[in-house]
Write a new protein. Structure first.
Length: 166
């Protein structure tokens, strides 16, 4: 299915909104200006029980890992196969470890957010303070700040990322 709508932007110039949808490819919403230059794009790609979301404005792209439409609890292992080409091989092998892939998604995201906060605070690699046990760091060898930064770019929103690169 495809749909195109012409509209007028705040400056009085025409813009076009094109929506395409299919069961296999998902949903794509693309906004272009009067010269058909892309202004922004939203893609919803189907996964097991929801969608991967990709927002793109110009060359900047943000991937939001899923919109979960299931009613039951989901585990990282349930969606892990969809990230094989998205994360580096080293990071994928870390996520594939039994103790990590068995984490409920909500706990994984909480631990990842705590890891980002820990790195923003930068207490040092040997610090084992009160929130250390609630991060991904104690879950195994090879998990370092670069791994956390890579995961945060994929699994967390831009607001959290401000603290990583500081």
């Amino acid at each position: 299915m495809e749909f195109m709508q012409e509209m007028v932007d705040c400056d009085g110039l025409p813009i076009f909104i094109q929506i395409t949808a299919s069961q296999e490819e998902g949903i794509s919403v693309c906004v272009t200006d009067f010269d058909h230059k892309p202004l922004g794009q939203l893609e919803l790609k189907p996964n097991f029980n929801g969608y991967h979301v990709c927002l793109q404005v110009g060359v900047q792209r943000q991937i939001i890992p899923f919109i979960d439409l299931s009613s039951g609890g989901r585990y990282l292992g349930d969606i892990l196969a969809g990230y094989r080409g998205v994360v580096s091989g080293k990071t994928f092998s870390i996520l594939a470890r039994q103790e990590i892939r068995r984490l409920p998604l909500s706990e994984f995201l909480n631990r990842l957010a705590n890891s980002v906060e820990h790195d923003a605070f930068r207490p040092g690699p040997t610090w084992h303070g009160s929130n250390w046990s609630e991060t991904l760091y104690p879950m195994g060898r090879g998990i370092g700040p670069k791994t956390i930064e890579e995961l945060a770019k994929i699994f967390l929103n831009e607001e959290v990322l401000k603290n990583v690169s500081g």
